[in-house]
Design a binder for this molecule. Sequence first.
Ligand SMILES: [Zn+2]
Length: 59
Amino acid sequence: MEFQDKKIICKDCGNEFIFTAGEQEWYAQKGFSEPARCSECRKIRKAEKQDNNQDNIRY
Ligand SMILES: [Zn+2]
């Protein structure tokens, strides 16, 4: 299977981002579906999730 760079519109910020061939290959190997958000928004969401987890541990 051949992968090609793909433009995706981020669900959160509406910016266009490139889902690169290399990323697509990695996602396919892991069995993940393609991302709906740009890497920046994914980073933010991940950070929020970690904060929530830390809160759960703390209390
Ligand atoms: Zn975004």
